[in-house]
Design a protein around this ligand. Structure first.
Ligand code: UDP
Ligand code: MG
Length: 315
């Protein structure tokens, strides 16, 4: 019998987990042609998430949990899930029911049609999301589309069902500060996009602050675009052309009209402008340098403090 692994990253999800688990039990009983593994990754929760997972595991042998020693972030939790999933098919879904498990039978049916390696989900509307967040998300996707070669779809969720070959490719991408939406695009494979309407979180609050999301989008840009590194060159060319023009203009003004070369306030402005641009460019290069530094240290992506799974893999 073929096996499907369901990966659920959980960070302080004690309120949502009972609803999700009930729904997973319902959906999996409908898909009786498959064996299931439910792999919950407790990403350093401070509430009763781990206790709940242990309780679920004591009555249901399909429930496996891996608990991190601290909060490593959703991306690391998903990566731990991919590395440790044993199924022929793997799907990652959020604990808050925003990735409806009821879509799984339809997703499996599409994969079984044989044409696709994965079925990914896409929100058609961002209803229920704060306006400012939607605005920034849209701007980010537009920017990524322009500056990166990787196909990153607006509204794409991390909820997708994949064949084993695709999961193996994901595992081989062992970079830090992972940006899954880019990684999915980078590894390729034939993907069917399944649209669905945005669902509100069943309980609790979002774990993504604006600051966390901003940092995540910078990770995405640095990981999948070299365009920011070229900005200093453009500034360099523009300031060279600009200064040559200004020099010529000042010379003509002084020689023909006997005017002073430059007034000092203007000089101060130019110096401040140029040093501002230089510092910005250094900052951009620093972002890339910090990533290289992080990769060189080769630290593991997560640390496991407890699990009920045998032979866990730490990468
Ligand atoms: N999550 C996690 N670690 C984190 C933040 C979030 O494992 O540091 C999990 C969270 O428990 C949920 C999923 O990632 O299952 C998505 O998080 P959330 O619903 O807060 O994000 P949003 O849907 O608002 O983008
Ligand atoms: Mg959510």
């Amino acid at each position: 019998m073929e096996k499907i692994s369901l990966i659920v990253p959980c960070y302080n999800e004690e309120e949502s987990l009972p609803t999700l688990y009930a729904e997973l039990r319902r959906v999996t009983s409908e898909m009786s042609d498959f064996e299931f593994e439910m792999l919950f990754i407790d990403d350093g929760s401070k509430d009763g998430t781990l206790a709940l997972l242990k309780e679920m595991a004591s009555t249901d042998e399909r429930v496996k949990y891996i608990s991190f020693s601290r909060n490593f972030g959703k991306e690391s939790a998903m990566y731990a899930g991919f590395c440790n999933a044993t199924g022929d098919y793997v799907a990652s879904l959020d604990a808050d029911m925003q990735d409806p498990p009821s879509l799984l039978p339809k997703m499996m049916e599409i994969i079984k049609s044989g044409e696709y390696d994965s079925v990914a989900t896409r929100r058609v509307m961002r209803k229920g999301e704060p306006r400012i967040r939607s605005m920034f998300a849209r701007a980010f996707y537009k920017l990524m589309y322009k500056i990166s070669d990787v196909d990153i779809v607006d509204g794409a969720r991390d909820f997708r069902l994949m064949k084993r070959e695709m999961v193996n490719a994901l595992i081989s991408m062992c970079e830090h500060d992972r940006f899954s939406k880019g990684i999915f695009g980078w590894i390729g494979f034939k993907t069917y996009w399944l649209p669905f309407e945005n669902v509100k979180r069943v309980a609790g609050k979002t774990k993504w602050s604006f600051h966390k999301l901003f940092k995540y989008s910078i990770d995405g840009i640095v990981a999948f675009s070299d365009v920011p590194l070229k900005i200093p060159t453009w500034f360099g060319i523009a300031s060279f052309v600009g200064s040559a023009g200004m020099l010529a203009f000042s010379l003509v003004r002084t020689l023909a009209y006997d005017k002073p070369i430059m007034d000092w306030p203007l000089l101060v402005c130019i110096i401040l402008l140029m040093s501002g641009i230089t510092l910005c460019c250094m900052g951009i290069m620093g972002l890339y340098l910090a990533k290289i530094n992080k990769e060189c240290r080769r630290r593991p992506q997560y640390v496991i403090s407890s699990t009920n799974k045998e032979n866990v893999i730490v990468k």
